[in-house]
Design a binder for this molecule. Structure first.
Ligand code: G1P
Length: 301
């Protein structure tokens, strides 16, 4: 699918980044987890880049009081840029300019941690009349290779309604996720959704297809978000708003992504992502590869 076609489907990406980052304490006392570097680039820049590549021209970051640095990261730094320019550090200059150049960034504040659905709802006042659909990207999830949002936009263009990204996950690992009740369509890896349940026990899961942090939601979701009540964990869940839309006849599909995924939301998953990205990095990859091999060998001996 081309970027041009997805442009017509959505132009706004909502990125919820209001969490306390408790799994990264003590670091998150001072640094928001969304700014922790995967090699040298904050996770939220990777997600902003993905949204821009799929055609988004603006990103609404939903954050909590005290975490405004997540948004200032996307502001220009003229003095730093001038210094790098003067010193002829063009590669660094390019890196520094990258995030502010990706898309327009706005902030919405979630005053209280009432759940993902509540966080997404806080972005509604920022929307304009031409936002008939919005993309939601959870910055804890890296979906690789990049490109699933464009495929989702293509499905919305043909089927209407909302389209979510899913991974096929072993049943015994399904309970941290929102899980879909699905039936097949004519298209491979595109399924019609008949229901969605947040964090089911494995024996109650309607399938092995789990929500993976990428949503293309019809604007109708904001009306549903106003009508849901606290669900799993006592929180206002995005899953429950999607389930309500389905119940009321709104078309929902999933695109099953067969690629890779990293969970940046905990130190173990974050480290794996950092090593994965570093191994591919022309500057750090070769030395890291041989050091890791040696390190693992030493462990064995
Ligand atoms: C959230 C969603 C869940 C989804 C998951 C993907 O859960 O509520 O439906 O499957 O992200 O990472 P959380 O990880 O915030 O508990």
């Amino acid at each position: 699918m081309t970027g041009a076609a997805s442009h017509k489907t959505f132009r706004t990406a909502i990125v919820p980044a209001a969490g306390l980052g408790t799994r990264f304490l003590p670091t998150t006392k001072a640094v928001p987890k969304e700014l922790l570097p995967v090699v040298d680039t904050p996770g939220i820049e990777l997600v902003a880049d993905e949204a821009a590549q799929a055609g988004a021209s603006r990103m609404i970051v939903v954050t909590s009081p005290g975490k405004e640095s997540v948004v200032s990261y996307f502001q220009r730094q003229p003095e730093l840029e001038a210094t790098l320019e003067r010193k002829g550090k063009t590669a660094l200059l390019e890196k520094v300019r990258r995030a502010p150049g990706l898309l327009d960034v706005e902030v919405a504040i979630q005053e209280e941690a009432l759940g993902l659905g509540h966080a997404v709802a806080q972005a509604e006042p920022n929307l304009t009349d031409d936002d008939s659909a919005v993309a939601v990207l959870l910055p804890d999830d890296l979906v690789l290779p990049v490109g699933v949002l464009s495929r989702m936009a293509d499905v919305r263009a043909r089927q209407g309604g909302s389209v979510l990204c899913a991974f096929d996950i072993p049943k015994e690992q399904i309970s941290p996720y929102g899980v879909f009740d699905v039936s097949e369509t004519d298209e491979q890896d595109v399924k019609r959704v008949h229901g969605m349940v947040e964090k089911p026990a494995p024996e109650d899961a309607p399938s092995t297809f789990a929500a993976a942090g990428r949503y293309l939601l019809d604007r109708a979701v904001f009306d549903a978000l106003r009508r849901i009540t606290p669900g799993s964990g006592g929180e206002l869940q995005l899953t429950d708003a999607v389930a309500l839309l389905i119940k009321e006849g709104h078309p929902v599909h999933i695109v099953v992504h067969r690629g890779g995924r990293h969970d940046l939301g905990n130190p173990g998953g974050f480290l794996r992502a950092a090593v994965d990205f570093a191994l591919e990095d022309p500057d750090y990859g070769p030395a890291l590869r041989s050091w890791l091999a040696e390190r693992i060998e030493t462990d064995r001996s």
